[in-house]
Design a binder for this molecule. Structure first.
Ligand SMILES: Cc1cc2nc3c(=O)[nH]c(=O)nc-3n(C[C@H](O)[C@H](O)[C@H](O)COP(=O)(O)O)c2cc1C
Length: 323
């Protein structure tokens, strides 16, 4: 399969593994890139600079193209990870969720291509005006943080019809059928997160991998309660999609109560902090999208990439429909 994405980054499979803070370090990025797709490191708002330097070394050691994903709102508070990326010069940086513009020219000046995620049409227009190289159309069914406004397929159609920048589709793409669908629609590739969370190369804790494998299509929920209770200052429009668990069942819809900081809210914060240490998926956030229902086992990133590459069979079958 050859698309703008494969040509630009010398890939054999038109897939980018999404930057996932806490899940996608250098090992996952290197494994994905070794398999012919483009692997990305996810940098969180509390990532340690030494940790990032090490992940960059691990990814770069693979001598394949790789990328790093940053969060714009977090860079506005602390530009350190952005400066590290400018120094490392990966093949691709993604900067999403907040004020992307200040970073576009510096990245370009250092030869780094810029991708950014758009969760609605206006955001896609703004990113095109800023001069980003890739717009990642991210639908509401996607895992982790983002907008909860429009599903991937309607947003993809609208963006492809209205922007001239190469587009990748994100949110809910977990199998070759999904990749074939978005390529047939005109995307240059897919940006896939959840499907890589259960790879042995990922940093997802073991119980979270078990929970994702066990989850079905209906087992996710969207909201801000984990951010509020952990005091992570995500802008309110970017909630997170995670697996439902006992914590989300108890606190969904009670955001004001958590924000008010009652004794119960403080206890809830302690409960989440302890659960993260213990790997207790009843109370810890397990970020994943609806495609968690498509993840059937823990398996190496190379197998996930190879399965996605079977999209070409569906594309051939689709081509036969028109003779
Ligand atoms: C566990 C997890 C962590 C994520 N962390 C980040 C992140 O640090 N930065 C980012 O830009 N996107 C992050 N995302 C969102 C992804 O970039 C992407 O939008 C999403 O995974 C696509 O949907 P999918 O999960 O259905 O494939 C994360 C997603 C997941 C599942």
């Amino acid at each position: 399969m050859r698309t703008w994405l494969t040509e630009q980054f010398d890939l054999t499979v038109p897939v980018v593994s999404a930057p996932m803070a806490g899940v996608a370090g250098g090992r996952l990025a290197a494994a994905v890139s070794a398999a012919g797709a483009l692997g990305m490191i996810g940098v969180g708002s509390k990532s340690d600079p030494a940790w990032l330097d090490h992940q960059i070394d691990v990814a770069a050691a693979g001598e394949k193209p790789y990328g790093i994903g940053l969060m714009a709102w977090s860079l506005s508070r602390d530009a350190t990870p952005g400066m590290a990326v400018l120094k490392a010069r990966p093949d691709l940086v993604s900067i999403s969720f907040g004020d992307v513009e200040p970073w576009v020219a510096p990245m370009h000046d250092n030869g780094v291509a810029v991708a950014a995620q758009a969760g609605n049409l206006l955001e896609a227009f703004a990113l095109e005006d800023m001069g980003v190289d890739i717009i990642v159309v991210r639908g509401a069914e996607g895992g982790g943080h983002g907008r909860n406004e429009v599903a991937t397929l309607p947003l993809l159609q609208a963006v492809l019809d209205n922007v001239d920048v190469p587009v990748l589709a994100a949110g809910g793409i977990g199998t070759a059928r999904g990749l074939a669908a978005v390529l047939a629609a005109g995307a240059a590739g897919a940006w896939v997160g959840t499907a890589f969370t259960c790879c042995p190369e990922a940093d997802t804790f073991a119980a979270a991998q078990d929970a994702i494998v066990a989850a079905d299509l209906h087992d996710t929920t969207y909201g801000r309660i984990f951010d509020i209770v952990q005091h992570v200052p995500w802008p309110a429009e970017f909630g997170g999609r995670s697996l439902r668990n006992e914590f989300t069942a108890a606190w969904a819809g009670r955001e004001h109560e958590l924000e008010a900081g009652s004794a119960a809210a403080l206890a809830a914060g302690d409960q989440v902090a302890a659960a993260k240490v213990l790997g207790d998926t009843r109370y810890a956030p397990v970020y994943a999208g609806q495609s968690a229902g498509l993840v059937q086992s823990r398996r190496p990133a190379a197998e996930v990439v190879a399965d996605l590459a079977c999209a070409q069979e569906y594309l051939r079958a689709a081509a036969a429909l028109v003779g």
